[in-house]
Ligand binder design. Structure first.
Ligand code: 5GP
Ligand code: ZN
Length: 122
């Protein structure tokens, strides 16, 4: 736990969030400023700054975290099948657009009405 870290505080229930998944190691909650119809953040409960900080000993929990992403996506509104799906984004570092220095996967999905491939046949 990093005492000044927003996502540590959310993961420890010290700051409220709309939690959609939780186990001993991970939490997923709704992004406060959604950029898509479904916009979730998946975090490890222990403090890791970013993907830039992971080491060989982290591959087990990172694998479990990655494995959780589709389960959480499809349980929370991302559409199934090849016409559905989701994006998984891990902004890393300042030039990677990372604002919160606690590793998180953005899970983004839902209808894309501007995408002609997703439009129903006329
Ligand atoms: P980053 O830019 O670090 O990859 O993404 C940080 C994300 O955290 C942003 O999409 C932002 O909307 C979200 N966020 C920032 N503060 C809070 C908060 O207090 N609660 C929740 N649920 N999301 C937050
Ligand atoms: Zn943290």
């Amino acid at each position: 736990m990093s005492h000044d870290c927003l996502f540590c505080k959310i993961a420890q229930h010290q700051i409220p969030s709309t939690i959609v998944y939780e186990d001993d190691e991970f939490m997923a909650f709704k992004d406060i400023n959604p950029a898509a119809p479904v916009h979730l953040l998946l975090v490890p409960k222990h403090h890791v700054e970013s993907l830039a900080g992971v080491e060989a000993g982290d591959t087990d929990w990172l694998g479990r975290m990655l494995r959780l992403a589709p389960q959480i996506a499809y349980d929370n509104g991302c559409n199934p099948g090849s016409a559905g799906g989701f994006r998984l984004v891990a902004n890393t570092g300042i030039e990677g657009g990372q604002e919160i220095a606690h590793l998180h996967f953005h899970i983004l999905g839902g209808a894309r009405p501007w995408d002609k491939r997703a439009a129903p046949a006329a």
